[in-house]
Ligand binder design. Structure first.
Ligand code: TGC
Length: 385
């Protein structure tokens, strides 16, 4: 049994229904992803066969109501992210891109026709989505976007470049945010439309079991019926980022948990100076700090979920949780590496994979600097971006 479940079981803090979602996600994570993740990370292989398993468990767009989606509450949504990310951040990223970003964009801002056309098939994993907001000149300032959509009769013509877009080369549809004469608008772009070209970014040291791309839009023609009618201005994509940031705040607690388990098991079995490493005061201090950090991160995530369930969560509160929990997970991965010493840098253990992935996680969906400044602005009233 996991150390954290033995000492402070999360099961007792959540409803039976929410916990059943954790168990469904844990099964897929442990039976389908864990056995292959080290090889896939090493080989930079995105294992598409995992998608039907995630879909069969109801995990794609798990938090969306109706249209073939499970309509699970925020705690369940968070627990699902925690279980998948405990194995690998790349697969939690897949869940976020598909469910929190692409499906959420359609659910929040699409027409009834668009929701009926796409959401059930996306929940089944038959249609894969990506979310194209970030541009090559910098992701922190979407207001500076240069991708344009120009009206031409019944169509829109999209031109520009997006970068760091998860799944863009395997996606069937891209949710693309572009500047129009009336401001930023969102479009559902079938990826087989002429002029759409997604090129994987091959030389990543993080998220190697998932795929991120640069996308070129060279006069991509999209009919008006594929514009998201309710999306007006940048607050629309930010509304989707709020969902993804919430999932990250929960997901990284899974990495923290995995690090504690790896470090505890290693320390119990590694003999140093005639006794287990676990019997040393310095090791116990490291484990205790990680455990306390896990508990505070989870309680913050649970608090956020409670606010979200009441419809009362503020984006600043999401920033607090993303900022704190990602940093806590990074600290735990570093501490685990220290406990494992030389073994910690090998692929016999997941520590370096987690560490590398977390460098991407701290950067996307708002860097920790951006979240720090969002919090600072809320405290002081001064915008310091
Ligand atoms: P500003 O440009 O003035 O605001 C524009 C409008 O957006 C509203 N807004 C939000 N609404 C809801 N939730 C939020 N979290 C919001 N943040 C901003 C804002 O109120 C305004 O509304 P309105 O009605 O006045 O027009 O921007 P700001 O000063 O509020 O924000 C500045 C800053 C730096 C905080 C913001 O630009 C920001 O959060 N930057 C980080 C962007 C980010 O997270 N990018 C990563 C995207 S990830 C990606 O594209 C790849 S997807 C993942 C994958 O594929 O793997």
């Amino acid at each position: 049994m996991s150390t954290v479940e033995r000492l402070l079981p999360l099961e007792g803090l959540v409803s039976a229904d929410d916990w059943s979602w954790a168990l469904k996600a844990r099964r897929v994570a442990n039976e389908v992803i864990r056995p292959v993740i080290d090889d896939d990370f090493e080989a930079k292989h995105f294992r598409r066969e995992v998608i039907p398993e995630l879909a069969a468990a109801g995990l794609l767009g798990v938090h969306i109501n109706g249209y073939g989606c499970a309509g699970a509450g925020p705690v369940a949504y968070g627990l699902v992210c925690q279980e998948i990310e405990a194995v690998d951040s790349g697969w939690r990223t897949f869940l976020s891109v598909q469910g929190s970003l692409a499906m959420s964009a359609i659910a929040k801002f699409g027409s009834e026709e668009q929701k009926n056309e796409y959401l059930p098939r996306m929940a089944q994993g038959e249609v894969i989505g990506c979310f194209a907001l970030t541009e090559p000149t910098g992701g922190s300032d979407p207001a500076a976007m240069t991708t344009t959509a120009v009206r031409d009769g019944d169509d829109w013509v999209l031109t520009g470049t997006k970068r760091w877009i998860g799944l863009a080369n395997v996606a069937d549809v891209a949710i693309v945010w572009a500047r129009t004469d009336e401001g930023v608008r969102g479009f559902i772009v079938p990826t087989d439309t002429p002029g759409y070209r997604a090129t994987p970014i091959e030389n990543k040291f993080a998220m190697r079991a998932s795929v991120q791309c640069e996308i070129d839009f060279d006069g991509v023609r999209v009919p008006e019926r594929l514009r998201l009618p309710e999306a007006e201005g940048l607050k629309a994509p930010f509304g989707c980022l709020n969902e993804a940031r919430f999932g990250i705040a929960w997901g990284v607690t899974g990495v923290l948990r995995d690090c504690i388990d790896v470090a505890t098991d290693y320390a119990q079995n590694r003999i140093l100076f005639g006794e287990p490493l676990a019997a040393k005061q310095l090791t116990q201090d490291k484990l205790a700090r990680m455990f306390v950090s896990y508990e505070t991160s989870v309680l913050l995530a649970l608090h956020l979920a409670g606010l979200k369930a009441k419809g009362a969560v503020d984006p600043v509160q999401i920033s607090v949780a993303k900022y704190n929990n990602v940093r806590a997970a990074i600290d735990a991965a570093r501490t685990t590496r220290e406990i494992l010493a030389g073994d910690g840098v090998t692929s016999d253990y997941p520590v370096m994979r987690h560490m590398a992935n977390l460098e991407a996680v701290r950067t996307y969906e708002g860097t920790d600097d951006v979240h720090s400044l969002i919090i600072g602005r809320a405290i002081t009233g001064h915008s310091a971006f």
